[in-house]
Write a protein that binds this ligand. Structure first.
Ligand code: AME
Ligand code: ZN
Ligand code: ZN
Length: 442
């Protein structure tokens, strides 16, 4: 197995070689980026290696065949930035490029993006979804053009331009690339956020993905609805399909479905009749799975129904769950529910002008004549894990005049919109990374 060390030229043949070299510090000069071979290490071992990193050694683990990681290695080497890679769970690697600030004791800026994408129905695409075809109007079609390769590349290109101009800033900027946002982030950001290597990043403020806006404005997300995925189980008396059996599962199921879907109607009405509400301000309920029954003429002993619910931060979650319990009780005997996902964190990020992070963000956008529309993100991104540990995070993908096509067929982004996004980060990064020391910072 071959290991290489960032943009230095060391090669090792086994992980053990790497560790041996690492652990005999005499072998290293501080200017030499060293490897932390995370891939086969336990978290306890990482603690030791981590201490080496804080002593001035850069970290890099490199036996990873993943194409996205290889691409990021190439970008890091072009930008002249060190990369840390942490295999948080088997096969799930988080990569971090770091542009060190002139005052590294200050809280850093985190530019987060995910490297995974959702699948495609190839037959429904006008062009090959993995060829990034650009049409005559400059629209680039490909899976991930909006979600969120655009943002990843905009971060990288903005840093490239800033570095080329010789600029430096007080605060450190980290570009972080996580592997599994599209399947919930549980083996990526959710695990990594409590990892010592994340704590070492000393993050003060994070940017992560948002959504396109079809109009002139740019949407920014300061919070998210909590996803609750639950299954309601309705047991009942079985019997012959020709009879009026009492206490059937289906009668209970009907009551449950009616309660949930009546509530859905009310929330839909609330959204459609309010000028100022967006999807993120109301609760959505969707019945997504239905199970039960074994034969046409056998009344089933159980029928189950599953719902995807998204609950805005302003809703009292305890009261909401009481309502679910009531619906189940009203449906009949022994109706129970269980959660597949139950997110409870309702932290939102300050968008008050007195907040230094928001102030820098919003003022920069204003200086670029951008109109911002503040919203609650209707679905769930990795930002929820960042906010859950008390860090401010803004969901922002600079795409205006663009239909929302994430996860859709024919996802595209216009090249002009994409290029303007680079300019936006070219201003945002300096503004955020130059925020003066705040009370409590050194
Ligand atoms: C709750 S984990 C699933 C995460 C997924 N995120 C997106 C952006 O589609 C969702 O909201 O369904
Ligand atoms: Zn995304
Ligand atoms: Zn997505």
């Amino acid at each position: 197995m071959l290991y290489s060390v960032g943009h230095s030229c060391f090669h090792y043949h086994t992980v053990s070689d790497v560790s041996q070299t690492l652990l005999s510090k005499a072998t290293y000069k501080r200017k030499t980026p060293a490897i932390l071979a995370f891939t086969s290490k336990t978290w306890e071992e990482l603690g030791t290696l981590n201490q080496l990193a804080t002593n001035g050694y850069q970290a890099l683990a490199l036996d990873l065949p993943d194409a996205a990681l290889k691409f990021l290695d190439r970008m890091a080497s072009e930008l002249g930035l060190p990369v840390v890679k942490v295999e948080v769970c088997p096969g799930r690697v988080v990569a971090i490029m770091t542009w060190m600030g002139t005052n590294p004791g200050l809280k850093s800026i985190l530019l987060n993006s995910h490297t995974d994408v959702v699948p495609v129905y190839k037959e429904h695409w006008k062009y090959d979804p993995f060829a990034a075809f650009k049409d005559a109007d400059g629209n680039i079609y490909a899976r991930g053009t909006q979600d969120m390769k655009c943002v990843t590349i905009q971060y990288i290109e903005a840093i490239r331009r800033l570095k080329a101009k010789g600029q430096t800033f007080a605060r450190t900027t980290h570009l972080m690339f996580v592997p599994d946002e599209e399947v919930g982030g549980h083996k990526g950001m959710e695990m990594f956020i409590n990892h010592p290597e994340f704590k070492n990043l000393n993050v003060g403020f994070a940017l992560d993905e948002g959504l396109a806006n079809p109009g002139e404005a740019f949407t920014v997300f300061y919070g998210e609805r909590n996803p609750w995925w639950l299954t309601v189980r309705c047991p009942g008396s079985p019997g012959h399909g020709s009879r009026f059996v009492e206490n059937t599962a289906a009668e209970k199921l009907r009551s449950v479905i009616n309660s949930f879907l009546d509530f859905r109607e009310k929330e839909k009405h609330r959204l459609n009749t309010s000028e100022c509400f967006t999807l993120g301000d109301v609760t959505t309920v969707n019945m997504t799975m239905l199970n039960g029954g074994v034969a046409y003429n056998v009344i089933p002993a159980e029928m189950d129904v599953s719902f995807d619910m998204r609950i805005p931060p302003a809703v009292n979650l305890q009261e909401f769950e009481e309502q679910i319990k009531r619906w189940c009780r009203e449906a009949g005997e022994d109706v129970t529910y269980e959660f597949a996902q139950k997110h409870m964190n309702q932290t939102v990020t300050s968008t008050d002008e007195s907040d230094p992070w928001w102030h820098a963000f919003s003022c920069t956008c204003k200086s670029l004549n951008m109109t911002l529309k503040k919203e609650i993100f209707p679905a769930a991104t990795d930002s929820r894990f960042i906010r859950a540990v008390g860090l401010p995070a803004i969901g922002f993908s600079p795409m205006n005049h663009t239909p929302i096509l994430l996860h859709d067929h024919n996802e595209y982004l216009n090249e002009q919109v994409f290029l303007r996004g680079i300019q936006v980060y070219e201003k945002l990064v300096p503004a955020l990374a130059s925020i003066p020391p705040q009370p409590g910072e050194e």
